[in-house]
Structure formats: C-alpha cells, structure tokens
Design a protein around this ligand. Sequence first.
Ligand SMILES: CCCCC/C=C\C/C=C\CCCCCCCC(=O)SCCNC(=O)CCNC(=O)[C@H](O)C(C)(C)COP(=O)(O)OP(=O)(O)OC[C@H]1O[C@@H](n2cnc3c(N)ncnc32)[C@H](O)[C@@H]1OP(=O)(O)O
Ligand SMILES: CCCCCCCC/C=C\CCCCCCCC(=O)OC[C@@H](O)COP(=O)(O)O
Length: 272
Amino acid sequence: MELGWLLWGAAVLLLLHVLMGLSPAVNFALRIGFYSFLCLLASALTAPVCLLVNGGRTVKNMRIIRAVVRTFKYFFGLRFEVKGLENFKVEGPAIIVSNHQSILDMMGLMEILPDNCVQVAKKELMYAGTVGLIIYLGGVIFINRKSTTDAKMVMAEVAKSMTADNVKVWVYPEGTRNCTGDLLPFKKGAFHIAVQAQVPVIPVVYSSFTSFYNPKTKLFTSGKIKVEVLPPIETKGLTSDDVSDLTDRCFHTMRETLFRLSGRPSESKKSS
Ligand SMILES: CCCCC/C=C\C/C=C\CCCCCCCC(=O)SCCNC(=O)CCNC(=O)[C@H](O)C(C)(C)COP(=O)(O)OP(=O)(O)OC[C@H]1O[C@@H](n2cnc3c(N)ncnc32)[C@H](O)[C@@H]1OP(=O)(O)O
Ligand SMILES: CCCCCCCC/C=C\CCCCCCCC(=O)OC[C@@H](O)COP(=O)(O)O
C-alpha cells in the first residue's frame, strides 16, 4: 500500500516535470498556481497559530507571518541580496514606500519587514480566502481604491494612529502591480500621511524581476533580487504644500536606484 502511494507520488512529480518542460505557459501557470496554493495553505496553517499566540488582529502576528513567508523563496529558487537595512533603524514610526511588481513581492516584503510594520492593501484582498484572513490578522490597513474620499479618510486615521501606536506603515505608492522594469507615477497618499504625521519616508527598491519573471512572456525561472533600503527622507516642518515635491523627490530617487539595481542605463545617462 505504501509503495503504491510512493509510485503515485513519483508519477505525479514526473508528469508535472514533463508538463513544465512542454511550454513556458504551462510552466508559468503551474509555478504561479503553486505559489497561490502555498500562500493559501500556509495562511490556513498560520492563522490558528496567530490566534493562539496573540489572540486576534495585531501587528505582532506579522513576526509569525514573516517567519513562514521567508521559507517560500527556497521553493522558487529565488535569492535576495539586501543592502541598507540600517536605514530602518529610525526611532519610532515611519512610512516605507516600495515598488510593486507582482504577487511574488510578498516574499521580498517579508525578507526585510521590520518589526511593528503594517501594510496598506486594497480591500479586495480581504476576500482572498485564508490569505485574506491572515492579512486581516496581521493588522493590514484596507482601503477602498474605488472611493478617493474613503481611502483618504482611512489614510488620515492612519496618520493619527501610527504615532500613538508606534508602527511603521508600508505603502506601495504605484497603487497597483507593475512588472515593466520601470515605475508608474506615484500616488500621493503615502506622502500625505508622512507629512500629516511628521514622520520620515523610507524608500525601498527591489530590482526588476523581468530577467526571471514576466507574465507577458510567461517567464518564471529562478533568479536573484537586489534590494536596497534607502536613507530616510525627513518631513519635519513640511506642510501639505510640500507633498508634491516630496513625492517627486522620492520617485526620482527610487527610479534611479531601480535602474542601477537592474543594470539599466539611467534616463539622465541615456540623454547625455
Ligand atoms: C503565512 C502565509 C502568508 C501568505 C501571504 C503572504 C503575505 C501576506 C501578509 C501580509 C502582507 C500584505 C501586503 C498586501 C500588499 C497589498 C498591496 C496593495 O494592495 S497595492 C494597492 C493599494 N494601495 C494603494 O493604492 C496605495 C497607494 N495609493 C494612494 O496612496 C492613493 O493616493 C489613494 C489614497 C488610494 C487615493 O487614490 P485615488 O486614485 O482615489 O486618488 P488620487 O491618488 O488621485 O488622489 C486624489 C487627490 O487626493 C489627494 N490625496 C491622496 N491621499 C490623500 C490624503 N491621505 N490626504 C489628503 N489628500 C490626499 C491627492 O494628492 C490628490 O490631490 P491632488 O491631485 O490635488 O494632488
Ligand atoms: C473563497 C475565496 C477564494 C479566493 C482565492 C484567492 C486565490 C488567490 C490566493 C492567493 C494568491 C497569493 C496572494 C498573495 C497576496 C498578494 C498581494 C498582492 O500583491 O496584491 C496585489 C495588489 O497589491 C495590487 O493589485 P492590482 O495589481 O491592482 O490588481
């Protein structure tokens, strides 16, 4: 009986191996399917642990989630090369902004996530099965992207509470996934919060995934991701009139860093 199960297991693995070799599209679908399955399964197993250890929705659960998600990279042959972690060591709360390329970003996020840090997420993720449950338990802040008024109200609450609760807040200022090797224009929500709360902005940049992951060409292989945590940008004394400048400054610094980390000539060098 046990030998029978082993043979079936081996046959399934062999079949998957053959299917993945057949076409990039099958390989891509199977790998993304496996990633989603892993997220759903790990969330289902981790949620009771979070509830038992911390009793409910709290940022403390992020430590448990982080430990679990950090193991995922081994399944996909991904390596992270991280620089600048010391820039997270600012006293008290801060806004962290980073580029957002894919659902795979959860691995890069958890690789460097500082303690007491929650993310801002679209509210639809709350309904992503067990993943929604674990995100809820981790204290993630949900916004309704379809209503600017609602989103702004939630962001204003975040600005008020982050200092009292001493949490860092991680925002993806592009507001959506973008796997083109460049940045989308930044939305200003993160920078409004930083100015309202008078807390620093810490930019984080992940190198482009396009050499190993590209949904358009169905590419998904193993690869290395360079990550750089940049020095904090102070906002003390800034007012709402300065938000546009702050956003631009952050955008240009992050774009330069993205191009450098991805081995792509920067715009200024190209034109000279
Ligand atoms: C154990 C196994 C686990 C398995 C799973 C693994 C890990 C999971 C665990 C945890 C991790 C969860 C992480 C989830 C990440 C999910 C990421 C996302 O969902 S990204 C999408 C959501 N995020 C965002 O959209 C953030 C960026 N967007 C913004 O900041 C936007 O500005 C906005 C606040 C949403 C509003 O957007 P909208 O398009 O409606 O409007 P505009 O941006 O055009 O702004 C209009 C206008 O208003 C001004 N504005 C904006 N915000 C504010 C503010 N807070 N206060 C005042 N004014 C504001 C803005 O400047 C514009 O005015 P103007 O044009 O004059 O400048
Ligand atoms: C009973 C309901 C079953 C629901 C099944 C859900 C299946 C999907 C489950 C797991 C997939 C892994 C998700 C990991 C979390 C990824 C977070 C993320 O990266 O969200 C994208 C969001 O930032 C921006 O969204 P858009 O680019 O604007 O779109």
